[in-house]
Design a protein around this ligand. Structure first.
Ligand code: ADP
Ligand code: MG
Length: 814
C-alpha cells in the first residue's frame, strides 16, 4: 500500500415515522444528501439566511440493514487489520441518532448486532482461514467521561485494581493507555463476553455513578498480532482496530444546564470541537502540527486518526424536522472528515528473541560450513571462537617479537586473529610511545611546544632562541633543555664557543642588525675556528686575535635600537659601481679583506717566483761559464802533457777551484728549482682562492644590493633574529627570488600572526611546515656549495677538509 487515501465518510439515517421528506433528499447515486431548510419567518421575509445544502459523501445509508452497514463500512477495515494496517471506525452524531445501534447494535437481537460483534466475528473467521499464521487477539474497552478515563473491563476478576489513574502514553510504537486492561481472547465467544461485560458496565455506571452514557466516548480496541508459523521470520505484524462510539454531538445549551449537566456539556463540546480541530488540521496538507493532545479523546486516538491507518466515519443522523440543525452540523463534520487523507502502512516489527535464535542457527550452520572448508584445505584445528586472555597474550608476544626482528612473520590463521594482531600492534605502539616519553622525561625537562608561557620563560633565561632552538645549536630541531651543545659543555672552556659567539656578534655588527646570518657566514666562523690552531703563521693568528678582541669590546648587536638608527632607504637605488664601493666597506668588508689578502699573497708569490726564476737563470749562466772554463783548462792540460802519480791524475789548483764552483752552482740550481716548483703550486692554489673570493664578493654584493634597495622591509623583519624565518635557514638569494605573492603572504603572516599572539598556534604550525621545506632546500644547496678540497704540499686530505671553506682559508706566509 503506502499511497495516500481519503477517510471514508458515510451517513446513516435512523429510520423514523416522522421523516422530514421535504427537507432531506437523497441523490440517486446514494452518495448525495441535500438539505433544504425553510426560511425562518421570524427573521422577516428578506434575509440572507442560507436554506440549501448539498453534501456528497462516500455513501448514504438509509434503511440499511446492520448487515449492509457492516459490509460497506467495516469489512475492509477489519480484513486490512489482519494484514498489519491499523483501522478506526468512528460513529458521530447527536444522541439518539443510532451511534450505539450502529456500533454495538441491539445486544438482545443477534440479527441486529452492530459493527463491533461482527468485527470480532470476522477477525476469528479470518484467523481460522490462515493456519499458516499464529494470530493473537486482545481487546480493551475504554470510556472517556468528563475528561476521565475508565476501564470498562476492569471489573473482570483477573484484573487487579488499578493503582494509579490511567494515563495516555506515547512511545515510538504509538499511543497506549497505561493502566488499561488488555484481554487476550482466543475465541469469538470470549471476545463477545468481554464486549457484553463492557456494555453492562457502561449501563451500570450510568446508574451507580450517575453517568449519562450518551455523554461519554467509548473506544473498543481489537489488537491483532500475526506471526508466520511456517517461516522462521523474525518479522511480525501488529495492528489495532479502534471502534469508537462518540458522545452525542448535540450542542448542549449551557444556559439551561447546571451542575453535572453543565460539566458534561462543557467537556463534550470541548472534546468534540477538539476532535473537529484535529480533523481540520489533518485535512490541511500544509499543517504539520496536529493538536492531538488538547483532550483525552484526540490524544488517545492520536495514532488512529489520520496517519497510517484506514479510517472510516459513520455520521448518524436523525431525519426528523426538529433535529435538522443537528443533522446539518453532523453532515458538516462528515464532509470535513472526508478531506482528511491517511497513508495506511503495515506495522512491521521484529521479534528480538526470534531474531537471536535465527542468528544462532545461522552461525552454527556457518561454523559447520567453515569446518568443512578447513578440512578440505587441510587446515585443521582452526578455532573461530572469540579469543581468551592467553591467546591474546600470545599474539601480543608475537607482535613484540616481530617488531624486534626475532620473529620473521606472523602466520595468518583467521580474520579474528588478524584483527587481534592489529589490535596488539596498537597496544605495543602506545606502550612504546609512553616508554620513550618517560625516558625523555627522566633525562630532560621537556617543554610543550604549544606552551608559550613556558617557552618565553626559557627564552628569558637565554636557553633557547626565539624559535625554540638551543642557543649555540646550529641546526637545533627542537627543545631539549639540559642537552649542552658541543660549544657550551662545561670544563671544555673551548675557544670555539667563544669564537662562535664572537663570530655571531661580529657578523651581526658588520652586516647590520637587520641582516640575518646566512649559513655561509656560519661556515666562515667554523672554518676560522678550526683552521687557526693548525696554522703555523703567527701573523695570521695575531690578526685573527686582534679581530676578535676588537669585536669583543663592542656590544653585541641587538635588534631594535640599531634598527631605529638605520638610515632610510633611498627612493632610487644608487649605481652599482658606487654601491659596490659601499658594500666593500660595509657588509662585504670581511670578504673583501680576505679577497685582498689572498690577492696580495698571490702577487707576492708570483713576484718571488719570478725572482727565483731569474736567480735560476743566473745560476744556469754561471754554470755554463764555469763548465766552459773547466773544459779550457782540461784541453790545456792535455796539450802540456799529463802528470800521473800512482794512478792518480794531478790537476792544477785553478782547475780544482773551477770543479768545486761547478758543484756548488749545481747545488744552488737544484735548491732554487725546487723552490720554484713549490711556488708554482702555491700560485695555482692562490689563484683558485682569489677567483672564488671574487665570485663570492660579487654574489654577496648582488644579494646585499637587492636586499638594501629592493626587498620589502617587512620581509626583512621576518629575517631578523626573532623573526619568523630562522637565521641561516634560508639563503638570501632564495628570499630575493620570492614571487610577489609569497612576499605578500609573508608580510601578512608577520602582521597578523605575531608569535605569542592569539592566533599563534596556526601560525606556528604553518611556520614549522615552511621551515621544514626550507631546511630541505637549504640542505640541497649546501651540498652544491661544498668546495673541492685543495691540498697544501705535505697536507693530507683529512686535514684539509676540516672546516674548509674557500674564502675563509688563508695561504701560509712564508
Ligand atoms: P445513540 O447511541 O446515537 O444515542 P442509539 O443507538 O442508542 O443512539 O439509538 C437510539 C434508539 O434508536 C435505540 O433504541 C435504537 O435501537 C434505535 N435505532 C437507532 N438506529 C436504528 C436503526 N438504524 N434501526 C432501528 N433502530 C434504530
Ligand atoms: Mg449511544
Amino acid at each position: 500500500m503506502g499511497s495516500r487515501k481519503k477517510v471514508h465518510a458515510f451517513v446513516r439515517v435512523r429510520p423514523t415515522d416522522d421523516f422530514a421528506h421535504e427537507m432531506i433528499k437523497y441523490g440517486d447515486d446514494n452518495k448525495t444528501i441535500d438539505i433544504h431548510l425553510k426560511k425562518d419567518t421570524r427573521r422577516g421575509a428578506v434575509n440572507n439566511q442560507q436554506t440549501d445544502w448539498s453534501f456528497k459523501l462516500d455513501r448514504v445509508l438509509h434503511d440499511a440493514s446492520q448487515d449492509l452497514v457492516y459490509e460497506i463500512v467495516a469489512k475492509d477495515v477489519v480484513s486490512q487489520a489482519l494484514n498489519g494496517f491499523n483501522g478506526t471506525i468512528m460513529c458521530y452524531g447527536q444522541t439518539g441518532a443510532g451511534k450505539t445501534y450502529t456500533m454495538t447494535g441491539a445486544t438482545e437481537n443477534y440479527k441486529h448486532r452492530g459493527i463491533l460483534p461482527r468485527a470480532l466475528q470476522q477477525v476469528f473467521k479470518m484467523i481460522e482461514e490462515r493456519p499458516t499464521h499464529a494470530i493473537t487477539v486482545r481487546v480493551s474497552y475504554l470510556e472517556i467521561y468528563n475528561e476521565s478515563l475508565f476501564d470498562l473491563l476492569s471489573t473482570l476478576p483477573y484484573v487487579g485494581p488499578s493503582v494509579t489513574p490511567m494515563t495516555i502514553v506515547e512511545n515510538p510504537q504509538g499511543v497506549f493507555i497505561k493502566g488499561l486492561s488488555v484481554h487476550l481472547t482466543s475465541q469469538e465467544e470470549d471476545a463477545f463476553s468481554l464486549l457484553f461485560e463492557g456494555e453492562t458496565n457502561r449501563i451500570i455506571a450510568s446508574h451507580t455513578m450517575n453517568k449519562n452514557s450518551s455523554r461519554s466516548h467509548c473506544i473498543f480496541t481489537i489488537y491483532v498480532e500475526a506471526r508466520s508459523r511456517t517461516l522462521s521470520d523474525e518479522k511480525y505484524i501488529t495492528s489495532k482496530i479502534n471502534l469508537v462510539d462518540l458522545a452525542g454531538s448535540e450542542r448542549l445549551g449551557k444556559s439551561r444546564s447546571e451542575g453535572r449537566v453543565l460539566k458534561e456539556a462543557t467537556y463534550i463540546n470541548k472534546s468534540l470541537s477538539f476532535l473537529e480541530q484535529a480533523i481540520i488540521a489533518l485535512g490541511d496538507q500544509k499543517r504539520d502540527h496536529i493538536p492531538f493532545r488538547q483532550c483525552k479523546l484526540t490524544h488517545a486516538l492520536k495514532d488512529s486518526l489520520g496517519g497510517n491507518c484506514n479510517m472510516v466515519l459513520v455520521t448518524n443522523i436523525y431525519g426528523e424536522a426538529a433535529q435538522l440543525e443537528e443533522t446539518l452540523s453532523s453532515l458538516r463534520f462528515a464532509s470535513r472528515m472526508k478531506l482528511v487523507t491517511t497513508e495506511p502502512a503495515i506495522n512491521e516489527k521484529y521479534d528480538a528473541e526470534r531474531m537471536v535464535k535465527n542468528l544462532e542457527k545461522e552461525l552454527a550452520l556457518l561454523k559447520q560450513e567453515l569446518a568443512i572448508h578447513d578440512s578440505l584445505a587441510n587446515r585443521t584445528l582452526v578455532n573461530y571462537d572469540p579469543m581468551d586472555e592467553s591467546q591474546i597474550a600470545e599474539i601480543n608476544s608475537q607482535v613484540r617479537r616481530y617488531l624486534e626482528g626475532t620473529l620473521e612473520e606472523i602466520d595468518i590463521i583467521n580474520l579474528r586473529q588478524i584483527q587481534e594482531v592489529f589490535n596488539q600492534f596498537r597496544v605495543v605502539l602506545s606502550q612504546q610511545e609512553q616508554e620513550v616519553e618517560s625516558a625523555l622525561r627522566r633525562k630532560y625537562t621537556l617543554i610543550d611546544k604549544n606552551d608559550y608561557a613556558a617557552i618565553s620563560a626559557v627564552q628569558k633565561a637565554g636557553l633557547v632562541d626565539a624559535d625554540g632552538h638551543l642557543v649555540g645549536e646550529p641546526d637545533g630541531q627542537g627543545f631539549g633543555l639540559g642537552v649542552a651543545p658541543f660549544s657550551t659543555k662545561p670544563g671544555k672552556k673551548s675557544k670555539s664557543k667563544k669564537m662562535f659567539k664572537e663570530q655571531l656578534s661580529s657578523s651581526a655588527r658588520k652586516e647590520g642588525a637587520s641582516s640575518p646570518l646566512s649559513s655561509k657566514d656560519l661556515d666562515v666562523s667554523a672554518s676560522k675556528t678550526q683552521l687557526t690552531p693548525s696554522s703555523k703563521d703567527g701573523d695570521v693568528k695575531d690578526m685573527l686575535m686582534r679581530d676578535r678582541e676588537t669585536s669583543n669590546t663592542e656590544p653585541l648587536a641587538s635588534d631594535s635600537p640599531k634598527e631605529e638608527l638605520r638610515p632610510p632607504r633611498p627612493s632610487t637605488p644608487p649605481a652599482k659601481p658606487v654601491a659596490f664601493e659601499d658594500f666593500k666597506n660595509e657588509r662585504g668588508s670581511e670578504i673583501n679583506r680576505i679577497f685582498k689578502e689572498n690577492k696580495s699573497i698571490l702577487n707576492e708569490r708570483r713576484k718571488r717566483a719570478s725572482e727565483t726564476t731569474q736567480r735560476i737563470n743566473a745560476i744556469k749562466q754561471e754554470i755554463d761559464v764555469t763548465k766552459e772554463a773547466l773544459n779550457l783548462q782540461k784541453s790545456l792540460r792535455e796539450k802540456q802533457g799529463e802528470y800521473e802519480n800512482k794512478g792518480l791524475m794531478i790537476i792544477d789548483e785553478e782547475e780544482f777551484l773551477l770543479i768545486l764552483k761547478l758543484k756548488d752552482l749545481k747545488k744552488q740550481y737544484r735548491t732554487e728549482y725546487q723552490d720554484l716548483r713549490d711556488l708554482r703550486a702555491e700560485i695555482q692554489y692562490c689563484q683558485h682562492l682569489v677567483d672564488q673570493c671574487r665570485h663570492r664578493l660579487l654574489t654577496e654584493f648582488d644579494i646585499w644590493y637587492n636586499e638594501s634597495f629592493f626587498v620589502p622591509e617587512d620581509l626583512q623583519m621576518a629575517l631578523r633574529p626573532g623573526g619568523s624565518i630562522r637565521p641561516g635557514m634560508m639563503p638570501l638569494s632564495k628570499i630575493v627570488s620570492l614571487g610577489e605573492d609569497d612576499q605578500d603572504r609573508f608580510s601578512q603572516l608577520q602582521q597578523t600572526m605575531l608569535p605569542e599572539g592569539p592566533d599563534s598556534v596556526s601560525f606556528y604550525n604553518a611556520k614549522v611546515k615552511m621551515e621544514q621545506k626550507i631546511v630541505k632546500n637549504h640542505r640541497g644547496m649546501e651540498k652544491e656549495m661544498q668546495p673541492t678540497p685543495v691540498l697544501f704540499p705535505g697536507e693530507s686530505l683529512g686535514q684539509s677538509l676540516v672546516g674548509c671553506s674557500p674564502w675563509g682559508r688563508r695561504v701560509r706566509h712564508e
